[in-house]
Design a binder for this molecule. Structure first.
Ligand SMILES: Cc1cc2nc3c(=O)[nH]c(=O)nc-3n(C[C@H](O)[C@H](O)[C@H](O)COP(=O)(O)OP(=O)(O)OC[C@H]3O[C@@H](n4cnc5c(N)ncnc54)[C@H](O)[C@@H]3O)c2cc1C
Length: 401
């Protein structure tokens, strides 16, 4: 640390936005950064489809935040704590154990599955995939169901009925991955019983609302090739242990259901005395500051940003771009330089649609099939490698001392 007075910066949330902020701000040795997360790991949600299809194990979709932060020079530390509130007037964050002061604060707590209380049975019988423990639990349930069918083989053959509510990026990717995994599973082992019914329930007229038309068409074609049934313009209105009722009155048999039909900001946001929009997301200005406090920034999925008057879809790519600009703006604030307005747009979309197949649009260019899948894998690998480098460095520091 240099002789200059240090800047105490707190980052809440070790997701895509939080980690990129830490990486960028750590470059100034006068920044003293504390990263807080309620979990001890970073969860790579973008790779969860591979976790469910057994191509990745949980170690490959998570990064230890202790060793990650140890991997920096000595100006970054990690505390595993859940932040329960923030005292903005006195510049302190509140945890169940103690309060911590900051000069600058970045709120990057992301979003969570919104289990609507108006849908009876949703909380009890549906799985979410936005948290690692839920994704792991679901993966085990999926594998166990396939195994149970193996045991049944040759005697009787009842189908496994999987319902996915929500046809956004996560619902579509998971549906395609499960279908393609089970096809390979049955083929490889020549099982007699091969019945896996996957039904996606979609409130809109097409899947992947708001996305590029050609990507939507290609994705719909692929889902149909994988024998996934999509029921458009319907919603789930109730669940029991064995079935799902839709808004048009249809009742579908269900072994398990994934709910990917709605998200809301993570719990902390509801506690904060800040301006929020109608969906409860934190409102920020074009520099990502909250309106009341210049030193407080909010980025990633816990906010909504607009470009040309249209809401920008919340993705890891957008969260990282926000983090980069937010870090620059904090540095400018420290140096009393003018802040930079955002002009963030999605740089591209990569949609995994089963083993070895994806559709994508990157910097305006379309890809599909194995080529797009390879590009997605490269993007994921580059991201993981960067974090891995930092964690290995941290690990060496711990074991060499
Ligand atoms: C299945 C699935 C597939 C996806 N695929 C893609 C894709 O292919 N490409 C893409 O760009 N995006 C994809 N996304 C979206 C992407 O994962 C999110 O946009 C991204 O995670 C947002 O980053 P974030 O940093 O805002 O939030 P997160 O990554 O959700 O991180 C938030 C962090 O805050 C922590 N936290 C929350 N509350 C507290 C608290 N009170 N105290 C302390 N810590 C707290 C959480 O533990 C978490 O670590 C996908 C999402 C899902 C679910």
């Amino acid at each position: 640390m240099s002789n200059q007075e240090s800047n105490k910066i707190i980052v809440i949330g070790g997701g895509y936005a939080g980690l990129r902020t830490v990486e960028r701000l750590s470059k100034n040795p006068n920044n003293e950064i504390i990263l807080f997360d309620k979990n001890p790991y970073h969860f790579m949600q973008t790779d969860v489809y591979d976790l469910i299809a057994n191509e990745n194990d949980f170690a490959q979709v998570s990064v230890d935040l202790f060793t990650f932060c140890m991997g920096f020079d000595d100006n970054v530390v990690f505390y595993k704590r859940e932040i329960t509130n923030i005292d903005f007037k006195n510049k302190k964050i509140i945890t169940p154990i103690q309060r911590y002061s900051y000069d600058y604060l970045v709120i990057a707590v992301g979003s969570r599955t919104k289990f609507m209380p108006s849908i009876p049975g949703l909380r009890e019988y549906a799985y979410g995939i936005k948290a690692l423990h839920r994704a792991m639990y679901f993966k085990q349930k999926f594998e166990m169901s396939l195994f149970n069918k193996v045991e049944e083989g040759g005697t009787y053959c009842t189908p496994i009925n999987i319902i996915i509510a929500g046809a956004g990026l996560s619902g579509v990717e998971i549906a395609a991955q499960m279908a393609s995994f089970s096809i390979e599973f049955y083929n490889r082992n020549n099982f007699i019983c091969r019945k896996l019914n996957i039904v996606v329930i979609n409130a809109g007229k097409t899947i992947l609302k708001g996305m590029d038309k050609l990507l939507v068409e290609r994705s719909e074609k692929r889902l149909s090739e994988l024998k996934i049934v999509v029921k458009h313009e319907r919603k789930v209105v109730g669940l029991t242990e064995k079935n799902v009722t839709l808004s048009d009155g249809e009742v579908l048999p269900m072994d398990f259901m994934i709910f990917a039909g709605g998200v809301e900001p993570n719990g902390l946001v509801y506690e904060l005395d800040l301006v929020k929009n109608k969906d409860a997301y934190i409102v920020t200005n074009e520099f990502f500051q909250v309106p009341q406090y210049n030193e407080v920034f909010a980025i990633g999925d816990c906010t909504t940003i607009y470009n040309d008057g249209k809401a920008v879809s919340p993705t890891a790519d957008v969260a990282e771009q926000m983090a980069e600009l937010c870090s620059k703006n904090i540095s400018n604030l420290i140096l009393k330089k003018p802040l930079i307005k955002h002009n963030i747009k999605s740089r591209g979309v990569l949609i995994a649609l089963g083993r070895g197949y994806a559709v994508s649009k990157l910097f305006g260019i379309y890809f599909k099939g194995y080529m797009a899948y390879k590009v997605k894998k490269i993007v994921e690998k580059v991201y993981a490698k960067r974090l891995d480098y930092r964690s290995s460095r941290g690990c060496r520091k711990i074991f060499d001392t």
